[in-house]
Design a protein around this ligand. Structure first.
Ligand code: ATP
Ligand code: MG
Length: 368
């Protein structure tokens, strides 16, 4: 079964590292998202798994097969790796109709005509492109072409499906629908999915695991909720979540067995949850907007800077001294600009980051 393993994978162009010493195991039937900003090495990583890019160093295994090894000069060509690939710039055959494009891979695999027809019809329906089956790629929109590209790849039921931003050309509504379909598809097949996106929400909602990258290196490789709740560092904390995590500077001190943080003009006792790495002095304190609770008995005084009601929830920007933080509440509650109110920071997921931005502890804050 297709488990994918990358061992010490590096891709260099001259002195530039596109990907640096990447180690990652993608378990059978995982849905892994490679997430990160433009240029961080997502496409390069995917192309190395596919065999379309040759790593400078390292080993890649798919299932029990070593498909690449820089030490022994093993390098299987893409067609021997048994993978499906949907490119960022999907290339459809321009001289073939939508139907023929989808049927092409199945004909190569010597399926019989009746089975091909049934499978193509199934794919056309799944991707909601039945009406275009007789048209050529130049006669349909970019979003429709993208759906044909997905249909074409899925038709052959690949065991490993590599996708590079396959929804990038779709409008917002279709994108949402296709996300649901992709997740459903993953549940319905025995395939392993590796999915490239720079959209954190897409990665959060679709994946079993997120690999968050920065400048060719892995910053965190965990389940989405772990990445969200327990970010390894400030970069991860900031990249995942919308509105993003509140980060404010503070001072950390230890008195006896107790820990204290000074921040936003207040002193709070910090009660660590689990381990704590000793730090003192300057730190950054991070807390998600949903943990900022507006309540009368709150010990922190704030004024309403602005509110952004979406209907489902409202983001309230609160001014505390010179800092502005976000609070998020469910439902359509609204507040008056400049209104003075009280708030608390609740829950045990407050993160303490050291000077280098690495998380050293998590816990709760209590202001006397
Ligand atoms: N053939 C090449 N020669 C030199 N540098 C390259 C080459 N291909 C990619 N790079 C560089 O490697 C880095 C990683 O590129 P990659 O395409 O993997 O980024 P990405 O994460 O997919 O970005 P995007 O979200 O914009 O698609 C980039 O800085 C890119 O400029
Ligand atoms: Mg890319």
């Amino acid at each position: 079964m297709p488990r994918i393993e990358l061992i010490n994978i590096t891709k260099k162009w001259g002195n530039f590292y596109g990907v640096k010493n990447l180690n990652m195991v993608i378990e059978d039937r995982d849905f892994v998202s490679l997430l990160g900003p433009s240029g961080c090495g997502k496409t390069t990583t995917l192309r190395m798994i596919a065999g379309l890019e040759t790593p400078t160093e390292g080993i890649i295994k798919i299932g029990d097969k070593v498909v690449f090894d820089s030490n022994t000069n093993v390098n299987l060509s893409p067609d021997k790796r048994e993978i499906g690939f949907i490119f960022q710039n999907y290339a459809l055959w321009p001289h073939m109709t939508v139907y023929e494009n989808i049927a092409f891979g199945l004909e190569n695999m010597k399926w019989n005509k009746k089975d091909i027809d049934a499978r193509v019809k199934e794919m056309l329906a799944l991707m909601k492109i039945e009406e275009f089956e007789k048209r050529y790629p130049s006669e349909i929109s970019g979003g429709q072409q993208q759906r044909v590209a997905i249909a074409r790849t899925l038709a052959t039921k690949p065991q490993v499906l590599l996708m590079d931003e396959p929804l990038s050309n779709l409008d917002a509504k279709l994108r949402l629908e296709m996300r649901t379909e992709l997740k459903r598809l993953h549940a319905d097949t025995d395939s392993t999915f590796v999915y490239v996106t720079h959209d954190q929400l897409e990665a959060m909602t679709l994946s079993t695991k997120i690999c968050l990258m920065k400048e060719g290196t892995i910053q965190q490789y965990d389940a989405p909720l772990t990445v969200y709740n327990k970010p390894n560092n400030l970069y991860v904390a900031d990249f995942v979540g919308n509105p993003s995590m509140n980060v404010v500077s503070g001072k950390f001190t230890k008195a006896g067995d107790d820990y204290y943080v000074d921040f936003l003009g207040y002193q709070a006792k910090f009660i660590p949850k689990g381990e704590i790495e000793e730090v003192s002095g300057d730190v950054t304190i991070g807390f998600r907007p949903e943990f900022v609770k507006i309540e009368e008995e709150g010990k922190i005084q704030a004024s309403v800077y602005s509110t952004l009601p979406s209907g489902l929830e409202t983001t309230i920007k609160l001014k505390i001294g010179e800092e502005i933080i976000s609070s998020i509440v469910f439902g359509a509650s609204d507040y008056v600009t400049d209104e003075v109110l009280n708030c608390s920071i609740v829950g045990a997921n407050v993160c303490i980051f050291n000077k280098e931005g690495r998380k050293v502890s998590m816990g709760s804050l209590s202001i006397e």
